[in-house]
Design a protein around this ligand. Structure first.
Ligand code: TXA
Ligand code: MG
Length: 339
């Protein structure tokens, strides 16, 4: 397994040196671990794509330590006033689990934006990553630090076990507080558009922006990754079939839950099951003592990875109301269950 480095002064200095030299380093964020490289360095960006096995058509998120630092990497002088107002409103949500897609990128390696006339940019709140961003004085491109299409890592150990080619270092920042990838919003006239659900909820964004359009790819199965990067219906998937309790997705299911006896199922529940029920399953884990959805989000990917490694043949997981962070949890589960 790849060694994990605690965020000591010496390791932070070394991580910044490696990044400035064009190497790629796995870093903690409050959402998921990222695979970071200098967003202005074409060979660092190429190394990110190749380590993940990521298609070159799927652009990366650029991370910065402040809104002033963000403004260096796009030109807002020709934006409509409404879009500038959206940016001002969004600034109040940084640092945090919110990525903004904005027009007119400049100064970044071309592959970061994959030829789009927009760039995705985010100020994370994890203190280790913020410290590293300040030390580097460069924007850091970072997708989630998992092989393309696998479950995102929420612990340094998840990164270590996935064997990413060319990785120079893994910085440990503990378990990610949020556990789901950031909410993505595209700023545009006349209203911003939600592209990916996350811990920054639609309900809250509606209060902040007044109005928000939703285009998160739910429902459209066959659209091309070129037209709408990163929203392929199948995404974030464990390798075993995953079933969501109370849901049957007849359009994509190639296997039936009925084919699996309970003893062959890894059961992930949102709150503890009665003893006699949990005993039926081959493997079992409850994500929260109380069913709190923030707890569920935080440990969901860890549980999916564990269930995937268990000797069970399929995974059965609870569902929840699509309200607040529950909408993001259900989005990830549906993509993970899509075969
Ligand atoms: O929480 C997160 O966002 C994590 C941490 C590391 O910050 N990063 C992350 O990156 O989830 P990634 O690469 O796994 O997902 C980035 C998503 C992709 O779906 C990509 O298509 C989309 O952002 N994206 C990037 N640039 C875009 C752009 N210019 N327009 C639309 N979507 C974009
Ligand atoms: Mg990802």
């Amino acid at each position: 397994m790849f060694p994990i480095s605690p965020p000591t002064e010496a390791n932070l200095t070394s991580a910044a040196e490696k990044l400035l030299a064009g190497d790629i380093v796995a870093v903690p964020t409050e959402t998921v671990y990222g695979l970071a490289g200098d967003a202005t360095n074409p060979s660092a960006v190429a190394a990110i794509y190749s380590a993940k096995g990521r298609p070159s058509t799927n652009p990366l998120i650029v991370h910065v330590h402040s809104m002033d630092a963000a403004r260096l990497w796009f030109d807002s002088s020709n934006w409509k006033a409404e879009v500038n107002e959206q940016l001002t409103a969004a600034a109040g949500l940084w640092p945090g689990p919110l990525t903004l897609v904005v027009p007119n990128p400049r100064g970044l390696a071309a592959a970061v934006t994959a030829g789009n006339h927009s760039v995705a940019i985010r100020m994370p709140s994890h203190p280790v990553f913020l410290d590293l961003l300040r030390r580097c004085g460069r924007p850091l491109a970072a997708p989630s630090a998992n092989p393309s299409n696998y479950v995102s890592p929420t612990r340094a150990e998840h990164v270590a076990e996935s064997n990413l080619q060319g990785l120079a270092m893994i910085l440990d920042g503990g378990r990610c507080r949020v556990g789901l990838e950031s909410t993505i919003v595209r700023l545009e006239f006349p209203v911003p558009t939600l592209l990916r659900r996350g811990a920054e909820t639609v309900e809250h964004l509606r209060e902040v922006f007044g109005e928000i359009a939703i285009d998160d790819g739910s429902g459209d199965e066959n659209h091309s990754p070129l037209a709408a990067p990163g929203r392929m219906k199948k995404h974030y998937s464990p390798s075993k079939p995953l079933f969501i309790r109370g849901h049957s997705d007849a359009t994509t299911a190639t296997v039936d839950l009925e084919e699996f006896p309970a003893t062959s199922l890894a059961r992930i529940s949102f709150q503890p099951l009665p003893e006699e029920e949990r005993r039926e399953f081959g493997w079992y884990r409850a994500l929260s003592e109380s069913g709190d959805l923030d707890d569920v989000a935080r440990d969901l990917f860890d549980a999916l990875r564990e269930a995937d490694r268990s000797s069970c043949r399929a995974i059965l997981v609870d569902s929840c109301q699509r309200v607040g962070i529950g909408a993001a949890i259900m989005d990830r589960l549906q993509r993970a269950s899509s075969r």
